[in-house]
Write a protein that binds this ligand. Structure first.
Ligand SMILES: [Zn+2]
Length: 444
């Protein structure tokens, strides 16, 4: 970055700061003291122009070094010189009050800052969008990922500021920060540049109600979403994303309402890897019955997911990628699960065995699954076919040791069902048995 770049930014920002789009946001980032309401118009513009051009101030080596980067600090160019040289809460979000010395270095109030750090903090007003009345600030250990996302939402930010300058009004609000962040991340093209740990800070430095909220996406999750866009998975992933959008409010179109709508798939990424079992069940297996009775039922489309009736959205490939990347499942176990799903599908189709279908699909507890598989294996052997699962495979998939179910047997079984449903769909078994299956399910 050159002094010319910084000057261009200062010119842009000193206009933008006085638009309705940014002026309210400044009080969220830098408190109402940043542009003191009691000042004259000339003072307000003078202060903003000075602060944005802090990069021209010659550092003073007699001051303590910059609290962030260690470069020599500057005397912050306040209009009111009596405020001294240091930066307070009106320049650095989330500091304590100007008169409080606790928690500051050097036994003094405020922070010593270098010229670059003063300006960099100002750039939050343009580079970090305001969402639900808070600053949405991101950090990543991968600079490519962090800069990529900020770059992706800059044109939108500038458009909002321009519109607000023209109309003199505040632009429409953004809501659902988690959805907004992933939505932008999904626009990035270069796969390698999308992998890294990503942290989202939601800050309000407002004097009335300061607050901090922090959300983390581990590198395994950003790596999974980046890979999900590859040719092999793209269609299946796009389909899941499309079907997870919150329904727009009455009379609003989806596109108009979109900056405020939740995408439940995007939001659920933040619950990973802890809630991987639930994620697989709802989004890959499309079984979300428990949601129908919940508060979310009205807005969350997952409440209408139909399990096997949604078979066209069930993808083994994508689920397999998730199992590898997000829960680090061993390849041998994944292969055994896939094989079991394939064998069950063969058995069901070969003898049009709806009993076997229901006893697998609706199986409740671990003993139920175990018994169904043993019963079916005996039957297959008696009929001169291979058992549906060998003893070794069974241990790999479900048991830690003799008769000791793995803690994640339910997750493993859900994965079996995903492969089974995908195969039955491919073999058109659901299509051929649709009516009778639907009436059997309703009866049950
Ligand atoms: Zn610095």
């Amino acid at each position: 970055m050159t002094p010319d770049d910084l000057e261009k930014f200062a010119k842009y920002a000193e206009q933008a700061y006085f638009t309705p789009a940014v002026s309210g946001y400044l009080t969220v980032l830098f408190t109402a003291n940043y542009i003191n309401p009691s000042w004259t118009a000339a003072n307000k513009h003078g202060h903003v122009a000075n602060i944005l051009r802090s990069f021209k101030v010659i550092p003073d080596s007699a001051l303590p070094p910059c609290s962030y980067c260690g470069r020599p600090s500057i005397h912050v160019p306040y209009i009111d010189a009596a405020r001294g040289s240091r930066a307070y809460r009106d320049l650095v979000p989330m500091l304590s009050g100007e008169r409080i010395a606790n928690f500051f270095p050097d036994g003094d109030r405020g922070l010593s800052l270098c010229a670059l750090c003063v300006v960099a903090l100002q750039a939050l007003a343009i580079g970090a969008p305001m969402c639900e009345g808070r600053a949405l600030i991101i950090f990543s250990d991968s600079p490519e990922l962090m800069m990529g996302i900020v770059n992706a939402w800059l044109p939108e930010q500038r458009k909002r500021i321009q519109l607000s300058q023209a109309t003199g009004e505040k632009p429409a609000k953004l809501a659902r920060p988690r959805s907004r962040l992933i939505e932008k991340m999904e626009e990035l093209q270069e796969q390698r540049a999308q992998q890294g740990r990503l942290t989202m800070y939601l800050l309000s430095n407002s004097g009335q109600g300061p607050s901090v909220e922090i959300h983390e996406l581990p590198a395994t999750i950003t790596s999974f979403t980046a890979r999900a866009k590859a040719q092999k998975y793209r269609e299946a992933w796009k389909d899941l994303v499309q079907r997870a959008w919150e329904r727009p409010s009455k009379d609003a179109s989806f596109e108009d309402d979109r900056p405020r709508l939740r995408n439940y798939l995007y939001e659920d990424l933040f619950s990973l890897p802890d809630q991987a079992g639930r994620f697989i069940r709802v989004h890959f297996l499309r079984k979300a019955r428990q949601l129908r009775a919940s508060k979310q039922a009205e807005t969350n489309p997952a409440a209408l997911f139909g399990g096997w009736r949604d078979a066209q959205s069930v993808s083994w490939n994508l689920t397999e990628l998730f199992a590898k990347e997000v829960i680090a499942m061993e390849k041998q176990r994944i292969d055994s699960i896939k094989q079991l799903g394939d064998r069950l599908a063969e058995e069901i189709v070969a003898t049009n065995d709806r009993n076997l279908w229901w006893s697998t699909y609706a199986a409740q507890g671990y003993p139920g699954i175990r018994n169904a598989l043993i019963r079916q294996s005996r039957k297959s052997i008696a009929d001169g076919r291979q058992p549906v699962i060998s003893f070794d495979h069974f241990l790999t998939v479900f048991e830690e040791g003799e008769e000791l179910a793995r803690v994640d047997w339910r997750l493993a079984w859900d994965l079996v069902l995903i492969r089974l449903i995908e195969q039955l769909h491919a073999k058109k078994w659901f299509e051929q048995n649709k009516k009778v299956l639907e009436s059997e399910e309703e009866k049950a």
